[in-house]
Design a protein around this ligand. Structure first.
Ligand SMILES: Cc1cc2nc3c(=O)[nH]c(=O)nc-3n(C[C@H](O)[C@H](O)[C@H](O)COP(=O)(O)O)c2cc1C
Length: 247
């Protein structure tokens, strides 16, 4: 696969309209969501909203028609023919597999990254990293039944989590993309050493994420071994202060 540039998910922000307006800046893939895809995570989403965090507010049963609409906004463009990914939180695999069957969805992304307590208490999001055998089984099931490609988004440097075991579980399960938030707590830059370490352990396609805000930080991520990069906060205003084509 060739190097790709990805718009990372931002809950409550990266809907179809936001992604469509920014897509033509040079993104090869944009990520809708993250969305809560079952009743338990939807309930958690309500609690997260109530304490003022951004979140998409959907009712049970509304997700599939909503995503059909949002992904169509991206695919009906003449100016952009990139991939549409959807970042999802769910306790079971079925809701994720259903999304993978939507015509305009190219990638479903299992969110093993969310650290909001309402989500992790359910055993979802980042809590998936605490149990590599469950994560492997979960991912394998999605890979087996999905009609789209499968990405798994994880975060580096989570206390009591062995990244290598996590990555190896995702690799064994056959995921197409490892979306790695190489967060380095207390630093304003990514943990490039962690990216290097993970690169040595897997031949999976790594989308390197965290603190990419200019050409230099993007190039450092690639030099550390990522195959592609993703950007969230530097794109939160709907534009970028640098030219993706210069990376
Ligand atoms: C407002 C906001 C909402 C986010 N929501 C999600 C989400 O729903 N799912 C997810 O996997 N990551 C989410 N993230 C994390 C980003 O995708 C990304 O991993 C993180 O911000 C680090 O990348 P950056 O330094 O380019 O911002 C969110 C980030 C922000 C700022």
């Amino acid at each position: 696969m060739e190097f790709i540039e990805v718009l990372a998910p931002m809950a409550g922000i990266t809907d179809g309209t936001f992604c469509r307006d920014i897509s033509t800046l040079g993104f090869d893939m944009v990520t809708l969501g993250g969305y809560n895809a079952d009743q338990s995570t939807l309930n958690a989403g309500q609690e997260i909203l109530a304490r003022g965090r951004p979140e998409f507010d959907l009712k049970p049963g509304d997700l599939l028609p909503y995503l059909e609409e949002q992904s169509f906004l991206l695919k009906c463009q003449d100016l952009w023919d990139g991939m549409v990914s959807v970042n999802l939180r769910a306790l079971t695999t079925d809701p994720i597999i259903e999304v993978s069957r939507l015509k305009n969805v190219d990638v479903v992304e299992i969110n093993a990254h969310c650290r909001q307590p309402e989500i992790t208490q359910l055993g979802c999001g980042q809590a998936l990293m605490e149990n590599p055998s469950h994560l492997e089984k979960f991912t394998r099931e999605v890979v087996k039944k999905a009609k789209s490609k499968v990405s798994v988004k994880i975060r580096a440097n989570v206390p009591d989590v062995d990244e290598i075991k996590t990555v190896s579980a995702i690799d064994h399960a056959g995921a197409d993309y490892l979306h790695l938030d190489a967060m380095k707590p207390g630093f304003n830059s990514a943990d490039y050493d962690m990216v290097k370490l993970i690169r040595q352990e897997t031949s999976m396609f790594i989308i390197g994420n965290n603190s990419i805000r200019d050409i230099g930080s993007a190039r450092k991520m690639l030099a550390a071994g990522a195959d592609g990069i993703s950007i969230a906060r530097a794109a939160i205003g709907g534009t970028l202060s640098f030219d993706l084509s210069q990376i």
